[in-house]
Design a protein around this ligand. Sequence first.
Ligand SMILES: Nc1ncnc2c1ncn2[C@@H]1O[C@H](COP(=O)(O)OP(=O)(O)OP(=O)(O)O)[C@@H](O)[C@H]1O
Ligand SMILES: [Mg+2]
Length: 236
Amino acid sequence: MLKIENVSYSVCENGVNKNILNNVSLNFEDNKIYVITGPNGSGKSTLVKLIMGINKLSDGKIYLNNKDITNYSITQRANEGISFAFQKPVTFKGIKISKLLDLASNKNNTISNSCEYLSKVGLCARNYQDRYMDDSLSGGELKRIELAMALSKKSDIYIFDEPEAGIDLWSFEKLSKIFSSINKTTIIVSHQKEILKLADEIILLSDGCVKKIGKGNEMLKLIENSSCEKLRGENE
Ligand SMILES: Nc1ncnc2c1ncn2[C@@H]1O[C@H](COP(=O)(O)OP(=O)(O)OP(=O)(O)O)[C@@H](O)[C@H]1O
Ligand SMILES: [Mg+2]
């Protein structure tokens, strides 16, 4: 189980302290699907980056299977079994896609392995494994390669930040099926109803706080019937 205890994150902006996450506590049970949603700027990406160790938290603790990983580096967390796909894919220019998959999965993949990872995200290995990461790849292709990298790493916890961004409607349904078949703890940041529908639990973030958390179907109804102002805690 992944446990986040009283986690806060603040940055110093023009000499002023800005709180981005306030006292967030969450338990992610094994093999469940969690979807984190909420208005733009509510702190979703910040939260998942704290879990991966990309951002350093200002306060609080993170435990993985009762082990305190608060001060672990990104690599240590990856070695402990956490896999991460960024909202905005990171481009490693000049590296072959097949090499990237080897690095991500930490092994020398056979052609059929690479093919498996790439076809999961709707890319034909024959056309992509020997291509280089560069500006000739479209936004959707980069996003898919990012997802293939995250999926190729054997992990206990998979984190995807807005995996649907830039993915066409035709491929979206296939992608949703992949998430529901991972069978490991899966944390997805999303605004999309089709992704929200996959959730065992939905976590609603607003202004850096957990506004509500509950069962997927119940939360989905609540979100659909609430105005943005209400979700933010205004007009209550
Ligand atoms: N290093 C930083 N310095 C200043 N502000 C920051 C920093 N990092 C994040 N923020 C701010 O914190 C807030 C939360 O950002 P975050 O990226 O977590 O939002 P989000 O919920 O993922 O939004 P979106 O739905 O648009 O992706 C935003 O207002 C953002 O501008
Ligand atoms: Mg975000």
